[in-house]
Design a protein around this ligand. Structure first.
Ligand SMILES: NC(=O)c1ccc[n+]([C@@H]2O[C@H](COP(=O)([O-])OP(=O)(O)OC[C@H]3O[C@@H](n4cnc5c(N)ncnc54)[C@H](O)[C@@H]3O)[C@@H](O)[C@H]2O)c1
Length: 421
């Protein structure tokens, strides 16, 4: 087992800097000998964050190839926008590094095959850093499913309901290059951001482990929200107020699974709405969980049940969250950023596969191009490739680490906060 993990860190934009500041720089068992971004001020800021956290000043580079060639590092963490993910991940795996990549879809299915081919050739683990898989309620639902308390799970729902124009898409216009998401919304019409809900759903349905996604149908509403938002935020004369955006405002996707389950996803990011939601919902023959009403409903309960999460957390919290809560909170987004980062770091330390593995990563990344195809055909079902090439029927055993997302595992010998035991 490695005492210390050395990470090459690329992408010091909003997400990359936040994760560096709140998570990776705060870990006593992590060193970051090299950082990479296109901008000097971001590199300087990254260097300052690391030094303030008591870490040595890293090498700073604009050149990702230099980062990947660094012999010192065990792992690469990719925090750039979507366009760079595949090429960077491929290079990192070819260099034999553990590869962590932020959330986002591929643009074309061929990219998913490329990544799987490189993974199978090199054995370098590839993990999408999907923080929502480590959400308290998502992990509680995983436990309830594995303990059979929902009965047979038949359907799951989820969405990315987040009004993005003001807080993301049209932020810093003119001061920064075109936002990668806005660029994509201008040119494409698809489910562009499914993994915050699909990740936890895929894990609890055993996708790629005894189950798999078979077909997908996606439907797009017309596009009006972005143009309206551009007028309101940037003014009628802004060139962005004159664009006919390809991206529909509401994208509805239905996935069918080999186990007979259906998954309903919704991308809802360009119309006014008063609150953020992932609408995570699990429906089984004996019970359900719904994020929207903060309710777990189990056999023996009588309707109506309103917000009973305090009681349910008390009874059914996943052991990882029980431990996390006992320490107080740390890291962003209610702990999920910290937990997903620790999951990656612990895998590198132990030399094991990552809890979100290469097959999970590429099957989630494939939803973008698959939904684009389906929408272009009026919602016609498209086949979801089996990236495991048959291995989903009989996979190698799971790594039973405390960050495991396939089974509910406990390991008191590993602390969530190393150095604070
Ligand atoms: N998990 C979450 O909760 C969450 C939240 C927000 C964003 N994200 C994801 O994080 C990623 C980054 O998003 P962001 O909002 O920080 O984007 P951003 O545009 O603010 O930052 C991207 C950074 O990557 C750098 N970069 C781009 N190409 C590069 C290259 N070739 N070499 C070196 N550096 C390069 C840019 O200079 C920029 O600093 C995306 O995948 C996004 O989907 C995840």
């Amino acid at each position: 087992m490695k005492e210390t993990v050395k990470i090459g860190y690329v992408g010091l934009g909003r997400r990359g800097m936040a994760m560096l500041r709140a998570c990776f720089s705060q870990m006593p068992d992590v060193e970051i000998p090299i950082i990479c971004d296109l901008y000097d001020d971001r590199l300087e800021e990254g260097c300052r964050v690391l030094k303030e956290a008591g870490k040595p000043a890293p090498v700073m580079t604009h050149d990702y190839d230099e980062l990947v060639a660094n012999q010192d590092i065990d792992a690469v963490v990719i925090m750039t926008g979507w366009h760079e993910h595949v090429e960077m991940a491929e290079k990192a795996m070819l260099a034999g590094k553990y590869t962590g990549v932020e959330v986002g879809c591929a643009f074309d299915l061929s990219e998913c095959y490329r990544l799987i081919d490189v993974y199978e050739k090199t054995g370098s683990p590839l993990m999408m850093l999907e923080n929502c898989c480590y959400g308290r309620d998502e992990m509680m639902a995983l436990r309830l499913v594995r303990e059979g308390l929902f009965g047979d799970v038949v359907h799951c729902d989820g969405g990315y309901h987040h009004n993005l124009p003001e807080c993301e898409l049209f932020l810093n216009m003119g001061k920064e290059p075109l936002h990668y998401r806005l660029a994509s919304y201008i040119s494409r019409n698809c489910e562009q951001y499914p993994t915050h809900e699909l990740g936890p759903i895929a894990k609890l349905l055993g996708i790629n482990r005894g189950n798999r996604m078979l077909t997908l149908s996606s439907f797009a509403s017309k596009s009006g929200g972005l143009k309206q938002a551009a007028r309101d935020i940037l003014g009628e004369d802004s060139p962005y107020a004159k664009i006919d955006y390809r991206q529909g405002d509401i994208i509805t996707t239905v996935i069918t699974c080999a186990g007979g389950e259906t998954i309903h996803l919704c991308l809802d990011t360009t119309l006014p709405r008063p609150y953020y939601s992932r609408n995570f919902t699990v429906r089984g023959t004996r019970g359900m969980y719904t994020e929207e009403r903060h309710v777990v409903f189990l056999e023996g309960m009588q309707e109506p049940v309103e917000n009973n999460l305090e009681e349910m957390h008390e009874k059914y919290d996943h052991p990882l969250h029980r431990e996390y809560e006992s320490h107080g909170t740390k890291g962003g987004h209610g702990g999920i950023d910290w937990l997903v980062s620790r999951a990656f770091v612990e895998s590198v330390k132990n030399g094991t596969n990552t809890p979100i593995d290469a097959y999970d990563t590429v099957s989630w990344m494939a939803i973008g191009p698959l939904s684009e195809m389906s929408i272009a055909r009026g919602g016609a079902p498209v086949d979801i490739p089996d990236f495991t090439r048959g291995k989903w029927i009989n996979r190698e055993p799971v790594v039973r680490s405390k960050y495991c997302l396939d089974e509910v595992c406990e390991d008191a010998s590993v602390s969530i906060f190393p150095g604070e035991e």
